[in-house]
Design a protein around this ligand. Structure first.
Ligand code: XUL
Ligand code: CO
Length: 448
């Protein structure tokens, strides 16, 4: 096959805000230095294989609409898989972003047994290694699909049947090794069906113990094979199941600490999963950073009027800039990155739509980065936060936190009139305007 995306020669160039060409970046410039680092090195952007190359646009009401010839019925599934991979790498290279991510099942046909599947995956991983070598595109993370096959209808690690646990373990062991072989910088576990559809048939205590055992086994195997990447858990509250155990970052953190796993795993925070959990993306990133488990980001957005995981491409600088600010204040994202876990709308049927989607997403992220960097440089947000807690650095605050005062001593001091709280404003509206000022003005002076 010749080039699939024949209209685009790539890498997609920078056009600037005045460009009318939708196949140019308006803000994103990989080499632009922001806070002393290249924009690309801050964002570490990646394209996901599943939404863009392993999904044909089908939904529960209709068949596929997208032009994905390698997904059509065929007698030669390996040839179709090779075609899919060639097109995927053509896209990665033409877009010009450094990373990609995939599930084992996105690249390899299942075949009729685990042994066949493993052999298929190994053969396609060899191809991927060649494509990586040829294009310079690298693997941000790998993962195993433990939710599509009917065997996983009642979960993988949390399945009532230990045979299914074993099958999932086999799949993860192998995919962890494939990820290592391809130089993957992270390995993700998303508990797609690790949850329940009804409590009537569910033993919560058992299922949580099984999940903890599974995560220990994965961490042990990581150590055994010397995989140096990060292990990540991707929280999501529901969908496909009614309730998923990795509900949100706080739940995952509590689970990790409760099971002695907090030094083995970090989180891959997805924007649309945050809103599905009733949080903001900002909240999830800030909570992960505050607890030392911020690993990587799945960049996307939901639709405010639809409750579900619509996985749209991110396009709101307002929504992205504070998460990026927390990331910068946390020392950056590496070895994580921004994986576009986002899919086209079903009516976006032109081949170029995949470029428009990623270009738009990356431009929004780039402007968010400029705004966040401007807030870091200006430092007034942090100063205001610090001032708000200044009392904790004084005599009383240090004594309380240092454990040298008792409840009785505090009562005595309050009763004696030594302590009398004075309220101060939280200045929320002023801070909101301050953030807007950076969002609106960032990058003005450096733009060509
Ligand atoms: C599903 C989702 C997954 C994970 C990887 O909502 O986000 O694609 O990112 O399994
Ligand atoms: Co995701």
């Amino acid at each position: 096959m010749g080039e699939f995306f024949a209209d685009v020669h790539g890498p997609v160039p920078f056009g600037g805000l005045d460009s009318s060409d939708p196949l140019t970046f308006k803000v994103y410039q990989a080499d632009q230095i922001v806070l002393g680092e290249r924009m690309e090195d801050h964002l570490r952007p990646g394209v996901c294989y599943w939404h863009s190359f392993a999904w044909d646009g089908r939904d529960m009401f209709g068949v596929g609409t997208l032009d994905r010839p390698w997904l059509e019925a065929t007698d030669d599934e390996m040839a179709a898989a090779r075609m899919r991979m060639a097109v995927a790498f053509e896209f990665f290279a033409k877009l010009g972003t450094p990373y990609y991510c995939f599930h084992d099942r996105d690249v390899a046909p299942e075949g009729d047994s685990f042994a066949t599947f493993r052999a298929n995956l190994d053969a396609l991983a060899d191809d991927a290694a060649d494509h990586q070598q040829r294009t310079g595109v690298r693997l941000l993370w790998g993962t195993a699909n433990l939710f599509s096959d009917p065997r996983y209808q009642a979960g993988a690690a949390t399945n009532p049947d230990p045979d299914v646990f074993a099958y999932a373990a086999a799949q993860v062991k192998h995919m962890l090794e494939v990820t290592q072989r391809l130089g993957g910088e992270n390995y993700v576990l998303w508990g797609g069906r690790e949850g329940y559809d009804t409590l009537l048939n569910t033993d919560l205590r058992r299922e949580q113990a099984q999940l903890a055992r599974f995560l220990h086994l994965v961490a042990e195997h990581k150590a055994k094979i010397g995989f140096t990447g990060q292990l990540l858990i991707e929280p999501k509250p529901m969908e496909p199941t009614k309730h998923q155990y990795d509900y949100d970052v706080a739940t995952v953190y509590g689970f990790l600490v409760g099971n002695g796993l907090e030094h083995e795993y970090k989180v891959n925070v997805e924007a649309n999963h945050a809103t599905l959990a009733g949080h903001s993306f900002h909240h999830e990133v800030a909570f992960a950073a505050a607890n030392g488990i911020l690993g990587s980001i799945d960049a996307n957005r939901g639709d405010p009027q639809n409750g579900w995981d619509t996985d749209q491409f991110p396009n709101s600088v307002d929504d992205l800039c504070m998460p990026v600010y927390e990331i910068l204040r946390n020392g950056g994202l590496a070895p994580g990155g921004f994986n576009f876990d986002a899919k086209l709308r079903r009516q976006s049927t032109d081949r170029n739509d995949l470029f428009y989607a990623h270009i738009g997403g990356l431009d929004a992220l780039a402007q968010a980065l400029l705004a966040a960097a401007s807030m870091v440089e200006d430092d007034s947000l942090q100063k205001l936060r610090d001032e708000r807690y200044a009392g904790w650095g004084g005599e009383l605050g240090s004594a309380i936190l240092g454990g040298s005062v008792t409840l009785a001593e505090l009562e005595r001091r309050v009763a004696d009139g030594e302590i009398s709280p004075v309220r101060r404003s939280g200045n929320q509206e002023m801070l909101e305007s301050l953030v807007n000022q950076h969002v609106w003005s960032a990058g003005r002076s450096t733009r060509r």
